[in-house]
Design a protein around this ligand. Structure first.
Ligand code: MRU
Length: 350
């Protein structure tokens, strides 16, 4: 069965963006219809659409919605795009794919000398192009990453870096889907990913839909699972990777990398080149989103902590490059991971 599309643009330049509402999964398969920029901003903010490549893609389509009510001169269209891009960029701070996609839309808009609907068509075509490239990128990551799993391997993953987090088959999960096709995936252990349960609700759903042997664990069980020899590798996605390979990903990833090192298990990150922020020398400068304390105290509507308790809720953490055995990109594998090897692959220099 073909998995449902994470997002789709319906119609031409007067069309709308439909997002598979991930806050309702796995219980309900329902599309959220966005007709203006604010609706896309809200959808990103509340995680109806989430995952680094997917929020970049949603934002690229989002600016096309804003253009529908803008004036027709090239300058009016460029001004509207600039304003909407700046609003959408403020929706979530950590994943760099968001500003990457918005900058690409703005560069296209600034280069285009047309006006009116012809200008809008060029921008919509660019958003569609980013979508198409994203699908290709996922496939390439899958191919490259699967070459690291050469015998039937049980893998631990965290959060959701699957089709739901991209416009294609995912990053970390694309590696696992490809390994599965090649007979080299014994089983996937999925950390539930507190507090919003992207692992339990989304990754376990994607894997079981494909009949891949899947075992769900609480995040705190990872050390015991490794100690019992139940997994032989860890593969996760990423939200922003600094020039030296330090990697921000869903909160809990850093702990998994430390545990993997302690148990001498390889720790792999899968991410496209649009997730790299080469302007940042290392992970210290990566902005870490802090979210509503209610996500921790009232998970899915149920009070699970006393009213007055103080809460700290960072949504991401940074794993130092030294704990990462390889970064799998669409352009190839970075291994070992350091400033020279990152530059060599992405810039063709050392
Ligand atoms: O808060 P989320 O669900 O957007 O966090 C997503 C992750 O941390 C993913 O691992 C990351 O974006 C990679 S998605 C291919």
């Amino acid at each position: 069965m073909k998995p449902p599309e994470t997002m789709r643009w319906q119609g031409g330049i007067e069309g709308q963006l439909e997002l598979l509402d991930q806050t309702l999964l796995p219980g309900q398969l329902q599309y959220l219809c966005c007709r203006d920029v604010q609706a896309v901003w809200d959808a990103i903010r509340v995680l109806s659409v989430r995952g680094a490549p997917a929020i970049g893609l949603a934002a690229a389509y989002g600016v096309c919605l804003g253009l529908q009510t803008a004036g027709d001169s090239t300058q009016q269209l460029r001004d509207q795009l600039k304003q909407d891009a700046s609003q959408l960029a403020s929706s979530r701070p950590t994943a760099v794919n968001l500003s990457w996609a918005l900058e690409r839309m703005q560069a296209t808009g600034n280069a285009c000398q047309l006006e009116g609907d012809a200008w809008r068509e060029v921008l919509l075509a660019e958003a569609r192009q980013i979508h198409q490239e994203d699908q290709q990128m996922c496939q390439q990551i899958g191919q490259h990453g699967a070459s690291l799993l050469t015998t039937p391997t049980a893998v631990l993953t965290h959060c959701n870096a699957g089709g739901l987090a991209t416009g294609g088959e995912g990053t970390a999960l694309s590696v696992l889907f490809t390994a599965h096709q090649q007979g080299n995936l014994a089983e996937v252990f999925v950390g539930e990913t507190r507090p919003l349960l992207q692992g339990a609700r989304l990754t376990a759903w994607e894997l079981t839909q494909r009949d891949i042997p899947t075992t769900l664990i609480c995040d705190s069980m990872a050390g015991q699972v490794m100690r019992e020899g139940k997994v032989q590798a860890v593969v996760t996605g990423a939200d922003r990777i600094a020039a030296n390979g330090d990697t921000a990903n869903k909160i809990g990833t850093y702990s998994l990398a430390l545990l993997a090192r302690a148990h001498q298990l390889p720790f792999y990150v899968a991410a496209p080149s649009s997730t790299f922020d080469l302007a940042l020398a290392d992970g210290q400068g990566i902005p870490i989103e802090e979210r509503d304390p209610a996500e921790v105290t009232h998970g899915f509507g149920q009070a699970t902590a006393p009213q007055q308790v103080k809460v700290y809720n960072p949504a991401f953490d940074v794993t130092p490059a030294a704990l990462i055995d390889a970064i799998i990109t669409e352009q190839g594998i970075i291994q070992p991971v350091n400033q020279q090897t990152v530059a060599a692959l992405l810039l063709g220099s050392g």
